[in-house]
Write a protein that binds this ligand. Sequence first.
Ligand SMILES: [Zn+2]
Length: 339
Amino acid sequence: MRGVVMHAPGDVRVEQRADPRIEAPTDAVIRVVAACVCGSDLWPWRGIQEVHEAPMGHEYVGVVEEVGAEVRDIRVGDFVVGSFFASDNTCEICRAGYQSRCVHAEPMGAIGTQAEYARVPWADGTLVAVPGQPPADLIPSLLTASDVLGTGWFGAVAAEAGPGKTVAVVGDGAVGLHAVLAARQLGAERIIAVSRHEARQKLALDYGATDIVTERGDAGVAKVRELTGGLGAHSVVEAVGTQESMMQAIRSARPGGHVGYVGVAHGVELPGLELFFSGVHLHGGPAPVRRFLPELIDLIWRRRIDPGKVFDLELPLDQAAEGYRAMDERRATKVLLRP
Ligand SMILES: [Zn+2]
């Protein structure tokens, strides 16, 4: 089969990879219908994270081609959405709702879903079948549930977004934009999106943002405080993963407020004394997307939300390298790949 391999920073190629097959009786093999490029794929692309001949991609929707002998719920022919972490969905950690840290968790990124086919470990625990074969226009939205929508949703839940709350979202990538959408769905009263990019500001407003802040760092903090009577937001979602964005998020929250951090941290160090006196709750990590998949699929299926709007470039898998370049240069917010 054809699949994306990153040989080195900035060097993405589509080449022949071994056809996946059932390796454990709990596996499934899917034909990937759509995959995409994630903001986190840009870390190795930019040389910030080490990479050497790595298969790429962890977001996917597809049709089940084959299941192992112990797979009970997922059937051949099902159209499925899965999380970017495989999980058994039965261990204590999964049952508590933290499937991305399952005792059997396996990162789908190591398998590489920017490909024609993919093996999915723990098929019953990882995959959710949608109610039927989806109409073509729902496929991009279902694909977002695999990561960016599920991650933005977890960021908003971790930040305790809800009725009566003011929510600030630091980061205007696909995850931050979906945290805005999630905060709206969760009933937040006011949603402040931090973005200096015009197209993304528009999408944030479309997704439910009530205010836009263009300032970053401490100037952004001052702006959020100004908008919240000097107190700071009740809930802040951090969706970038840098020192600056994390401190902006913590400082934008009021004492007693909640920060949901879902940007993959790179070089972030927290000053203990400032954290001590901030009085904020911190909760985050790799999103347990599997917890939210049934609810998100239902909202998409009933056309209550339209997260697929985040895709502003669609390419055949063979042009994956151009997709990486477009996202790196911020010419595209989110790139969909069709195998
Ligand atoms: Zn588990």
